[in-house]
Design a protein around this ligand. Structure first.
Ligand SMILES: Cc1cc2nc3c(=O)[nH]c(=O)nc-3n(C[C@H](O)[C@H](O)[C@H](O)COP(=O)(O)OP(=O)(O)OC[C@H]3O[C@@H](n4cnc5c(N)ncnc54)[C@H](O)[C@@H]3O)c2cc1C
Length: 438
């Protein structure tokens, strides 16, 4: 085969080279599938992945969600072996710091703790005295429910204390999500995968109800019997290129999000692990240089900032959101100083209707989707790649996944992952948190 033939046809085109897209490329390449990944941006992980807080936690609302996250953590523990040596940029690092999920009455812990028991996720229940002892930087007062800054309730003196917290020692965060994507790219390339950057997929080629390949912004085409949409916040736009807008029960939409960066509280009083705080509506994560990331848990009082066009949104941090989130964090951490300079980032989640991803085939034969990652799937990159590669192999091999859904076995834990939970045609999951918790 000549070089030009090799580049104009392949076994599978993957649209998107973020954390999930590169993991799918790696997993397909491991199975001997020739892949070509296309990304509009100049390098792997430059899309929403680059903005990820990269927290690895297990606190989801479904068995499959918790099982996937627990399985997914093992990929990070085994990262050097999983991606292998040979990335000239070094390897991303999993900081297994543990994580605190603060309890509040009716809080998210009530959904996920029974699932921890079912899946086998190790955890400790802390009462408020233990929380005070283990996390002295945190004020365990009950401030919630979250309120906006112009609501007197936000400033009211707390009358009670939180019931305690759930500690998951296996949780943590990945120090560099963009580098993790690059690691996956290099691992895939060592098995023959191809990557083309700064190139946009402009149309999906079809014939007789099957996908035939893609057309690119440089006018060229790549023929392939399999095309995978892993376009992150552009997932809806790419589905529209394939004429699939109205064929899935579960839709996806871009949602704007800000994550702010502030100096962490000083010395021994620092916050050394992620904290999910539904009582104030923020999450916290340590960052290099004694900094702290402050993200939002989307409390109801804030509303949602949906975006029509993922290429057109305000990429700058706003004073209003900075003050709101950082002041919420400062209620929980009395030693936190609120800087005048507003540092942080604005990025997009690709949110599904029930905040649970869609990992599935579509009504167009050969066209697959790994979309709707809803601000909570970076941690699952490895296992999502594995699940998608298993699904693609099964469906291309003739399995009717719609009527006989695939159950994937987690390679590290042996846990069953029922792919029906991630179907494009599922009813909205009644147990979902309908938030970034998943
Ligand atoms: C602010 C923020 C914080 C987050 N925090 C966490 C967290 O703490 N823990 C966690 O697990 N998850 C988190 N997430 C979610 C996680 O980062 C995402 O689920 C994950 O990175 C998505 O990866 P992806 O590969 O699907 O998409 P992306 O990284 O968005 O990649 C999609 C790629 O597709 C490309 N593309 C789109 N359209 C086209 C086209 N037509 N042609 C060619 N290329 C195209 C884009 O250029 C882009 O590079 C967070 C997300 C955000 C935004």
């Amino acid at each position: 085969m000549t070089r030009s033939q090799a580049e104009s046809s392949t076994d599978a085109v993957i649209i998107g080279a973020g954390a999930i897209g590169t993991a799918i490329a790696h997993e397909l390449a491991r199975r001997g599938v020739r892949t070509t990944s296309i990304d509009a941006l100049p390098a792997a992980g430059y899309g929403s992945t680059s903005s990820s807080s990269a927290i690895v936690r297990f606190s989801y609302s479904t068995f499959a969600g918790v099982a996937m996250a627990w399985e997914g953590m093992h990929y990070w523990l085994d990262w050097a072996t999983y991606v292998g040596a040979g990335d000239e940029s070094g390897l991303a690092r999993f900081v297994q710091s543990g994580m605190v999920l603060l309890k509040e009455p009716g809080g998210h812990h009530e959904r996920c703790v029974p699932l921890f028991d079912q899946v086998g996720v190790p955890y400790e229940e802390w009462d408020v005295d233990e929380l005070r002892r283990r996390m002295p930087a945190l004020d365990p007062s009950m401030f919630g429910p979250p309120a906006s800054l112009d609501d007197d309730a936000f400033w009211a003196d707390p009358q009670d204390e939180l019931p305690g917290a759930i500690w998951t020692p296996g949780a943590g965060y990945v120090n560099d999500p963009q580098l993790a994507s690059h690691n996956l790219q290099r691992a895939a390339q060592r098995r023959g995968a191809r990557f083309r950057f700064s190139t946009t997929v402009t149309s999906i080629e079809t014939a007789a109800g099957r996908v035939r390949g893609v057309r690119l912004s440089d006018g060229s085409t790549i023929e392939a019997p399999v095309v995978v949409n892993v376009a992150g916040p552009h997932s809806g736009a790419v589905n529209a290129l394939a004429g699939l807008e109205d064929t899935m029960r579960i839709g996806t939409r871009p949602l704007r999000h800000e994550v702010h960066q502030v100096p962490g509280p000083p010395g021994a009083e620092g916050v050394s692990c992620p904290v999910a705080d539904g009582d104030t509506g923020v999450y916290l994560r340590p960052e290099v240089g004694a900094q702290l990331l402050v993200g939002s848990l989307d409390p109801a009082c804030d509303g949602h900032e949906w975006v029509d066009d993922p290429d057109e949104f305000n990429r700058r941090v706003t004073a209003a959101q900075f003050e709101r989130q950082v002041l919420r964090a400062a209620r929980r951490i009395p030693a936190l100083t609120v800087p005048n300079e507003h540092r942080g980032l604005a990025a997009l989640y690709d949110v599904s209707d029930d905040w649970i991803p869609v990992y599935d085939r579509t009504d167009l034969d050969g066209f697959y989707v790994a979309i709707g990652t809803s601000g909570n799937q970076f941690k699952n990159a490895g296992i999502a790649g594995h699940c998608m590669a298993e699904l693609i192999g099964a469906v291309q091999g003739g399995r009717d996944h719609d009527s006989d859904p695939l159950v994937v076995t987690g390679p590290y834990t042996g846990l069953p992952i029922d792919m029906a939970v991630f179907s494009r045609n599922r009813p909205l999951h009644p147990g979902s948190s309908f938030s970034v918790h998943g």
